[in-house]
Ligand binder design. Structure first.
Ligand code: PXG
Length: 459
């Protein structure tokens, strides 16, 4: 127990990890047999493991390291804040400068009509807060029957009980008897897999109209909110057809139902705008935020609240019986504020919009010629590839994702971290990625696709 952990080699760390650490979203038995990859350090867009292998991290950690690794200024801000005020809460009529600073900065970069923030520790907690806040809002409004939240199949909204229930991952619902009551799901706007013979535009309208059908089925007076990611992330970087969001907005305007946009992945520059809500002009009532809020340097999330809901809660809401020990944690808040200032001062969001986003999308689309690739899609610095053995037919492998896993493993061997969701390959690199690093990403991705195709006898 006294051995310095830094003195242990990879095998020793793997053995201790297997014996004492239960990993998230992991088959513990399999991992114990194979041994975890041990990451030791990171800089810019690169990671190193304990065996000295260098990898280009095309996932920005878990979609979160927007300003890249190795930002000493964020470490310094945390160090200073820990010495001055390492912790205090925001309950019982108290506040502190770091949380005030962060709240005003978020209001500054958010859509104009959104000026308040409720803080929490993660994206899941943000969506738990959403559930409680929208129901509280309708209670205050004298419409307590408006409780049901409509979400979408294959959405990801977190892993807490409310987060996983709001999410539409059936394989998550199977563990723990989810979803909880009062949450229903409509189909997703996934043209590649579910669009059938319709054009993307016609399918976009059809997928959106499922919302109206569901509202009419439940009764407008029973529906509190619709929640959605602007672009589904973990579900497979599903970029909706251009007709989808305008039709959703038309429907929500017709009925008195709140729009909650889950910006946990799209927020803080991923699409080349500050929020996916700016990219699609969504004007949400609430936005869930996390990940890029602190670029993952410290855990923090929040709910950005539009003026309509905020004013009601402030003027008529009384006490909101909800909050977390770490709501607005001073060190997290100071680091998140410094992270937003880096995004602002270095013009990173504009660079994604005008330079690196268009360049990545151009180079990424070159992969459409690959025999294994059925579709290439993406926006800004997020992208997906559909792997197929029948190019042009929009079919997928019927193999429970083993082709995707094979391709991901070839990526890792080539020194590239790319994620597989089933047979959909996904990238979401740090927003500071350069043109040269994008070229390296593309070279390695193509190499991994070639090796996968050869292994399958397709090339
Ligand atoms: N909403 C969205 C849109 C997310 O992507 C969450 C909420 C939950 O955030 P927290 O901070 O509670 O994890 C997320 C998180 C994956 C993967 O496999 C994606 C997430 C988390 C874990 C795995 O792509 N996204």
């Amino acid at each position: 127990m006294t051995t310095d952990i830094k003195s242990l080699d990879t095998a020793q760390l793997q053995a201790l990890d297997r014996d004492h650490h239960l990993h998230p979203f992991t088959d513990a038995l399999l991992l114990g047999q194979e041994g975890a990859r041990v990451i030791s350090r990171a800089e810019g867009v690169y990671l190193w493991d304990t065996d000295g292998n260098k990898m280009l991290d095309a996932m920005a950690g878990l979609w979160c390291v927007n300003v890249g690794y190795g930002r000493k200024e964020l470490a310094e801000v945390a160090f200073k804040q820990m010495q001055e005020l390492p912790y205090y809460n925001a309950f019982f009529k108290t506040t502190h400068a770091p949380v005030v600073d962060l709240a005003r900065l978020i209001a500054q970069v958010s859509p104009a009509h959104m000026n308040h923030v409720f803080f929490c520790g993660s994206g899941s907690e943000a969506n738990d807060t959403v559930l409680r806040m929208v129901r509280h809002f309708w209670d205050v409004k004298g419409k307590p029957a408006k409780k049901t939240i409509i979400s979408r199949v294959n959405a990801y909204h977190g892993s807490t009980v409310a987060g996983a229930s709001l999410g539409g991952m059936t394989w998550m619902h199977e563990q723990g008897d989810l979803p909880i009551p009062g949450i229903v799901h409509i189909d997703q706007p996934y043209w590649y897999k579910e669009g059938g013979d319709l054009t993307p535009e016609a399918f976009g309208v059809k997928a959106a109209q499922a919302l109206e059908t569901k509202i009419l089925e439940l009764g407008e007076d029973n529906v509190a909110a619709f929640i959605a990611e602007p672009i589904q992330g973990a579900g497979g970087v599903i970029v909706p057809p251009s007709t989808y969001w305008p039709e959703i907005k038309r429907i929500l305007d017709k009925y008195d139902i709140l729009l909650v946009v889950d910006e946990v992945i799209c927020g803080f520059g991923r699409t080349g705008e500050w929020f996916g809500s700016d990219f699609y002009d969504l004007k949400p009532d609430l936005m869930s935020i996390a990940k890029g809020l602190s670029s993952g340097y410290l855990p923090i999330g929040g709910v950005v609240v539009g003026d309509r809901v905020a004013q009601t809660l402030v003027d008529e809401g009384g006490e909101f019986n909800h909050g977390y020990t770490y709501s607005g944690h001073p060190v997290d808040a100071a680091v998140a504020a410094a992270n937003i200032r880096i995004l602002l001062d270095e013009g990173i969001v504009e660079r994604v919009r005008d330079e690196t986003g268009p360049y990545l999308q151009k180079r990424w689309r070159e992969l459409a010629d690959h025999p294994l690739v059925g579709e290439v899609r993406g926006v800004g610095l997020v992208g997906a590839l559909e792997l197929t053995n029948d190019k042009g037919a929009r079919t997928c492998f019927d193999d429970k994702g083993s082709t995707g896993t094979m391709c991901r493993d070839f990526c890792n061997k080539a020194g590239l971290v790319m994620r597989a969701t089933g047979d959909t390959m996904i990238i979401s690199p740090p927003l500071v990625i350069t043109h040269e690093e994008i070229d390296e990403l593309l070279m390695k991705a193509r190499q991994a696709l070639d090796l996968t195709a050869k292994e399958l006898g397709i090339m």
